[in-house]
Design a protein around this ligand. Structure first.
Ligand code: PLP
Length: 226
């Protein structure tokens, strides 16, 4: 199977999962996660019509995507990894969607930087549904407060929520929790589900699935500069 075969197989699986639960496949965006892969790996995907991509590191994305954007101006690039205060400027310059807003300090810095650059990337809040200490994301009990802070104190419009369930746990309770938090805050976008569980995430309401290895193949972290 080529990378394009795997892209097409993933798209077909998304369509099937959507129809199986009575949803319109057009409601579900495929974010193809290209982290650790070089720019050339994305080219066949772009040629096959894929436009939405995810990266987890700001600097890696800045090195990789500007030349691709020059050829394909309608690329939509998502930041799916943790955001540090000292990378906010670069993140606002580089990404169309930032999925990892997770604390007041970052929200505040984003608001200032968006104002300065006159840019409005779409924003999601990452929720640490498993309350894992090493993982980015606001704790579930802090989510309502952070959403309100973004809206009321920073004038930021939040579109939705993102989560990465703990490895080795059933993902469904985490997806259901994310969906509950979104509903009670009137948020339409749910970024959840990766290679192993995007079909389940679609059943539970995902509007964005972030699929890496099922399309790109296994990642080789050793060969990537940190
Ligand atoms: C790497 C990554 C993905 C993709 O994971 P796969 O299991 O390779 O599909 C999705 N979301 C986030 C936040 C990631 O860091």
């Amino acid at each position: 199977m080529t990378i394009v075969d795997r892209l097409n197989a993933t798209r077909a699986a998304i369509d099937r999962a959507a129809r199986d639960c009575g949803r319109d496949p057009a409601e579900i965006a495929l974010v193809c996660v290209t982290k650790t892969f070089p720019a050339e790996a994305a080219l066949p995907l772009l040629e096959a019509g894929q436009r939405v991509f995810g990266e987890n590191r700001v600097l890696e994305a800045r090195a990789k995507w500007p030349p691709l954007r020059a050829r394909y101006p309608d690329i939509e690039l998502h930041l799916i990894g943790p955001l540090q205060s000292n990378k906010v400027k670069e993140a606002v310059e580089t990404f169309d969607v930032i999925e990892s807003v997770d604390r007041e300090k970052i929200a505040h810095a984003l608001a200032r930087e968006c104002e300065r650059q006159g840019k409005r990337p779409r924003l999601l809040i990452q929720v640490n549904t498993g309350e894992e200490p090493q993982k980015a994301g606001v704790a579930p009990k802090g989510a309502d407060g952070l959403i309100k802070f973004c809206r009321d104190e920073c004038g930021l419009s939040i579109e939705g929520l993102m989560c990465v369930p703990p490895v080795g746990e059933q993902a469904s309770p985490h997806f259901a929790l994310l969906s509950d938090i979104a509903k009670r805050n009137g948020l339409a976008v749910l970024s959840m589900g990766m290679s192993a569980d995007f079909e389940l995430a679609i059943q539970l309401g995902a509007t964005h699935v972030r699929v890496g290895s099922a399309i790109m193949g296994e990642r080789d972290y050793a060969s990537t500069a940190a």
